[in-house]
Design a protein around this ligand. Structure first.
Ligand code: C2E
Ligand code: CA
Ligand code: CA
Ligand code: CA
Length: 277
């Protein structure tokens, strides 16, 4: 059995693996990774700031390469998007998240799971149908899941994204705008999308306790979202003062290393069990 090193929660900056230098080599390796299912899902909890409960997690993919350390999405997702492998990766991710959520529900853990979609996924034909098949295969319910869409996807082809989003929403999935504030989408477009949630990008959140500018941005986004009837999730919470500020500002949920790093499903169960709510 393959060694399962390296995918433990760690700081990406400490990852000293050699760079994969050739695109051709990476392409061949990705193909093999897709064939051999070398991916793993990690889960990062989100705390509900109104009551301190954790009932939602974000699924984050890792590539458990057989002879490298664990690769983070930034090291292979952009390439997978360019080469088209993202379609298979997303299919795997969604199936794995559905299967895990069904197991949790069977154990009495009513956890909602957010899943990241890439630009390519939203433009790919037949995505809602493929998700429908996966729901059936795993016996999962769409209202257990939120699909996260980035702003860049929306501007690439707004009509297509609107169409796909509407279909996914009609099926019963919740939708969310990821990394809000870093893209260029218009508010008019966001208004048209059937989203229920905005995720404030961590670049505004992490240092907000010491940066008045960041703090104003976060406050404005929270107000804007609430005025549009949307929930707000703040990402990148790395300290207690930021967590407290967000609570006072009325932010709905928070996620970050200060609360918990992304961990494998089993560790998430232990973490949840060790918490007092
Ligand atoms: P994201 O959707 O914005 O996910 C949050 C990222 O922030 C994760 O990085 C998470 O580990 C990291 N993070 C969480 N808390 C903190 C914190 O307190 N401080 C800092 N500095 N970082 C924190 P990760 O797992 O490396 O993922 C990076 C990006 O890759 C994600 O950003 C998402 O856009 C993409 N991604 C992840 N999983 C998938 C997937 O299954 N499919 C697709 N298409 N994209 C994915
Ligand atoms: Ca996300
Ligand atoms: Ca995000
Ligand atoms: Ca991000």
């Amino acid at each position: 059995k393959r060694k399962r090193l390296g995918c433990a929660a760690y700081d990406a900056k400490l990852d000293v693996e050699p760079e994969i230098d050739s695109r051709l080599a990476l392409s061949a390796e990705l193909r093999r990774a897709v064939e051999n299912n070398e991916f793993v899902l990690y889960y990062q909890p989100r705390v509900n700031l109104a009551n301190g409960h954790v009932r939602e997690v974000e699924a984050l993919v890792r590539w458990q390469h057989p002879d490298r350390a664990c690769l983070l999405p930034d090291e292979f997702v952009p390439f997978a998007e360019q080469t088209g492998y993202i379609r298979d990766i997303t299919h795997w991710v969604v199936g794995a998240a559905f299967a895990q959520t069904v197991r949790w529900r069977a154990q009495g853990l009513a956890i909602a799971v957010s899943i990241n979609l890439s630009v390519r996924d939203l433009l790919s034909a037949g995505l809602p149908e493929r998700f429908g098949e996966l729901l059936q295969r795993h016996g999962a319910s769409p209202d257990w899941f939120t699909l996260e869409i980035t702003e860049s996807a929306i501007i690439d082809d707004p009509e297509r994204v609107l169409d796909t989003s509407a279909q996914l929403h009609k099926m019963g999935f919740s939708l969310s705008i990821d990394d809000f504030g870093t893209g260029y989408s218009s508010l008019a477009l966001i208004k048209k999308l059937p989203v229920g949630e905005l995720n404030i990008d961590r670049s505004f959140v992490t240092n907000m306790a010491t940066s008045p500018d960041d703090m104003s941005i976060v406050r404005s986004v929270i107000d804007l979202a609430h005025n549009m009837g949307l929930r707000v999730v703040a990402e990148g919470v790395e300290s207690a003062p930021v967590l407290e500020l967000l609570g006072r500002m009325g932010c709905d949920a928070a996620q970050g290393y200060h609360i918990c790093r992304p961990v494998p499903g089993g560790q998430l169960e232990e973490w949840l069990a060790s918490r007092e709510e």
